[in-house]
Design a protein around this ligand. Sequence first.
Ligand SMILES: CCCCCCC/C=C/C(=O)SCCNC(=O)CCNC(=O)[C@H](O)C(C)(C)COP(=O)(O)OP(=O)(O)OC[C@H]1O[C@@H](n2cnc3c(N)ncnc32)[C@H](O)[C@@H]1OP(=O)(O)O
Ligand SMILES: NC(=O)C1=CN([C@@H]2O[C@H](COP(=O)(O)OP(=O)(O)OC[C@H]3O[C@@H](n4cnc5c(N)ncnc54)[C@H](OP(=O)(O)O)[C@@H]3O)[C@@H](O)[C@H]2O)C=CC1
Length: 282
Amino acid sequence: MFVTDLLKTKKILVTGGGSGLGKSFAARLAELGAELVICGRRADVLETTAEELRRASGAKVATAICDIRDAGAVDEMFSRIWSEGPLDALINNAAGNFIARTETLSPRAIDAVLDIVLHGSFYCSVAAGKRWIAEGRGGSILSIVSSAANSGRAFTVPSAAAKAGVLAMMKSLAVEWGPHGIRTVSVAPGLFPTKAAWSQLYPDGSKLLSEEMEVPLRRTGQHEEIANLVAYLLSDGASYINGDCITIDGGRDLQNGGGSGVMGLFSWTPERWDAFRANSRG
Ligand SMILES: CCCCCCC/C=C/C(=O)SCCNC(=O)CCNC(=O)[C@H](O)C(C)(C)COP(=O)(O)OP(=O)(O)OC[C@H]1O[C@@H](n2cnc3c(N)ncnc32)[C@H](O)[C@@H]1OP(=O)(O)O
Ligand SMILES: NC(=O)C1=CN([C@@H]2O[C@H](COP(=O)(O)OP(=O)(O)OC[C@H]3O[C@@H](n4cnc5c(N)ncnc54)[C@H](OP(=O)(O)O)[C@@H]3O)[C@@H](O)[C@H]2O)C=CC1
């Protein structure tokens, strides 16, 4: 679909690039010639993925262990990256999310999600932007949001609020940093199966419709479909796209609005919620 060296001159940081969609983005970008840095909290996951990507594509892939909730750690990571050469693009992909009744959330539970999604994306964006501006060079920031940023989403309220904040940040920076040659763009995915998203968001009994029936195209998304969109948006071919958010969901959001995907949760008993929480990753 693309020329093979589409991203040859680009050095790109993918937060949460060791697993899930971030790994699929990294794999596609590497195939298209980009040099990569992938970051996350788990060293073993990052190293395994980096080795896999190097072997598959021959690309240069570095890893950075970093909890993006820690502003100091984020700035140190960017300094280390920059000491080997500046980035051309940042992908804010790392996220945390789980279903819960909002009235039961502890402050730590609310912060866990807000800190990763909103603060982490903000810290990374500023860490990249201030360096690009100081050096008088341009760059691109791509944030993975969700349709909940616009419509809200019951039972994942911290995530919906955080993604809305990220989207507002991206639109604001498009205007403020555009004159510096820094471009922002957001992508709102629909249903793209990953282990974490499915265990945290779609346990059995949470939905009234099958995944396929939630989507007008009657299937979930394939990772390569969204990875190709991300590759295009970071390529020079997309150099006049700034501040927009592209939805890639097979038409799901138009069919469902923000709520029907979680209707099954209204009938869960407190015991069912307790069992979910006891067995969930957090
Ligand atoms: C197509 C539309 C789909 C809908 C919208 C989709 C948009 C977004 C999708 C995604 O983001 S999918 C990606 C999901 N991936 C992950 O969540 C992976 C990373 N997740 C995590 O690391 C954890 O789940 C975490 C909880 C977010 C953070 O982990 P951390 O180790 O920092 O936190 P903990 O110390 O374990 O917990 C902090 C705090 O949170 C409470 N908590 C954890 N899980 C639950 C739960 N299921 N229900 C209620 N509360 C929970 C936990 O008890 C702690 O609070 P305190 O007990 O200390 O008060
Ligand atoms: N999958 C889907 O259908 C949808 C996904 N999205 C969005 O797509 C993106 C990817 O989702 P998905 O691949 O499913 O999620 P995953 O949970 O599979 O991946 C999340 C990644 O983020 C990393 N991460 C989490 N917390 C931190 C942190 N504090 N610091 C650094 N890295 C962190 C994780 O690594 P580690 O744990 O090692 O830190 C992991 O690699 C997210 O932004 C999500 O909100 C949006 C809508 C739907």
